[in-house]
Design a protein around this ligand. Sequence first.
Ligand SMILES: [Zn+2]
Length: 219
Amino acid sequence: MMRKKIRAVLFGPQGCGKGTQGQLLADRFDIPLVGAGDLFRAEISARSQLGKLAKSYVERGALAPDELVNAVIASQLKKVDLARGFILDGYPRNVEQATYLDRIMKVNLAVYIKITDKEAVRRLQGRRQCKRCKFTYHLTDAPPAKSNQCSICGGPLIKRADDTEDIIRQRLAAFHFMTEPLVSYYRQQGVLLPINGEQSIPYVFEDMIKKMAKLGFQS
Ligand SMILES: [Zn+2]
């Protein structure tokens, strides 16, 4: 039997664990996980006209307009081997971008990993990163063996400057306003797969795999 090809997007609020789940999915199905941030960096290092424009936004820390983001994604997606399928992470971020993506490459699965704002704040506030090797811990969910010390390299653990409650709440508000409308957009397209992200990592993954199998995506 022919395997149904996956053309998926993955979205959810900060702290939902989509980066981890995306990587697990990519490994299980042996297809590329395409990060929007990586595509942006690739265009910038190619020093194209688009890349120069993109760089000016990144340097100012400003949000690039949809037309620019769409153009960068379209330009870079051509260079990725998508023949076996793909999982996109970090794009689309709003309905305009989703509409554009569907025109160049019709998405057939939109995984929405859902967690409450309360859980997102709890997860992000407890996050600590090794200053030296950048490995990430969580004070209660994934603590290091010795407090405040990296179990891998012994480096000091720090809280990222943008993991404060104020900034986390701002990012969540932006998600609700800008990205959450993707839920109804993809539901209308008949490709939405909502997943409860408030389970442990392996449970979220198994849940996702089971539901995908029912939709005809066999690993
Ligand atoms: Zn370390």
